[in-house]
Design a protein around this ligand. Structure first.
Ligand SMILES: Nc1nc2[nH]c(I)nc2c(=O)[nH]1
Length: 266
């Protein structure tokens, strides 16, 4: 594939979405990670739902039984949101181009803002499972980049100070943190968690950083928010039960979905 082909594929996907949804241009894209699926139903009126596998460049979800969808939503302020419910993770081995195809498609579809959400491990013991944390900056530990060739892109203020301030006006209790993307799919050892802590990470996950770089290259404003679903390995003195993690994510649903709805409604 030539270096222009990922962008041609994103244009094709955007054209398909415009045709299939009847919406020529969308304004804001949302990538919903673990624990955030409920947000879409709260933010506005779903006017079209597409199976993501029908859209050029998108593949069937990695998790059997998960139906990946792309939804067009009419927001109360009249703007259009494009909800990308099928994220390709780097650990699926489909290449970085596939990981960032959704963001590139959203940019080609007209979106000037992208909201990147994820579920992650927390390094701050005060952040119990179910705590949303704004992403202030990231550390890309994948050793990969979605950019190819002499594409030197500045990543200063990559996570919009404007949108972070807006979120904190809506919910002053929100903390901020630095998110580190590990390649995965394995979780970190306690030693790796301590390494991440020492290099400045507060949140660890397997997504988001590569998508944010591609979004900056596409000229989008980026809002990143994590949902701490577990304390990272070795942080909690007692092993967390998977049920605790699931219950916490479930309990956080209404608060984080409301927060997201309020931020994008502005
Ligand atoms: N790397 C990493 N990814 C995650 N995703 C979730 I949910 N929890 C974790 C975690 O503890 N580490």
């Amino acid at each position: 594939m030539t270096t222009s082909e990922p962008f041609e594929l994103a244009q094709a996907a955007a054209g398909y979405i415009a045709e299939a949804t009847g919406v020529d241009s969308h304004d804001i894209a949302l990538v919903l990670g673990s624990g955030w699926s409920g947000a879409a139903d709260l933010i506005g009126e779903v006017t079209a739902t597409l199976p993501s596998s029908e859209v050029p460049g998108f593949s069937a979800p990695a998790v059997v039984g998960h139906v990946g969808t792309i939804r067009s939503i009419l927001l109360p302020n009249g703007k259009r949101a494009l909800v990308l419910g099928a994220r390709t993770h780097y650990y699926e081995g489909k290449g970085v181009r596939s990981v960032v195809h959704g963001v590139r498609t959203a940019a080609a579809a007209g979106c000037a803002v992208v909201v990147l959400t994820n579920g992650c491990g927390g390094l701050n013991p005060a952040w119990r499972p179910g705590t949303p944390v704004l992403i202030r900056d990231h550390i890309n530990l994948t050793a990969a980049s979605p950019l190819e060739g002499a594409t030197f892109v500045d990543l200063t203020d990559l996570y919009s100070p404007r949108l972070r301030e807006l979120a904190r006006e809506i919910d002053p209790a929100l903390d901020e943190g630095v998110y580190a993307q590990f390649p995965g799919p394995h979780y970190e050892t306690p030693a790796e968690v301590q390494y991440a802590h020492r290099i400045g990470a507060d949140l660890i996950g397997m997504s988001t950083a590569l998508e944010a770089i591609a979004a900056r290259h596409a000229g989008m404003e980026i809002f990143g928010i994590s949902l701490v679903t577990n304390l990272a390995a070795g942080i909690s003195p007692t092993p967390l039960s998977h049920k605790e993690v699931l219950d916490a994510g479930e309990a956080a649903g209404p608060r984080i979905s409301r927060l997201l709805a309020d931020v994008i409604a502005k």
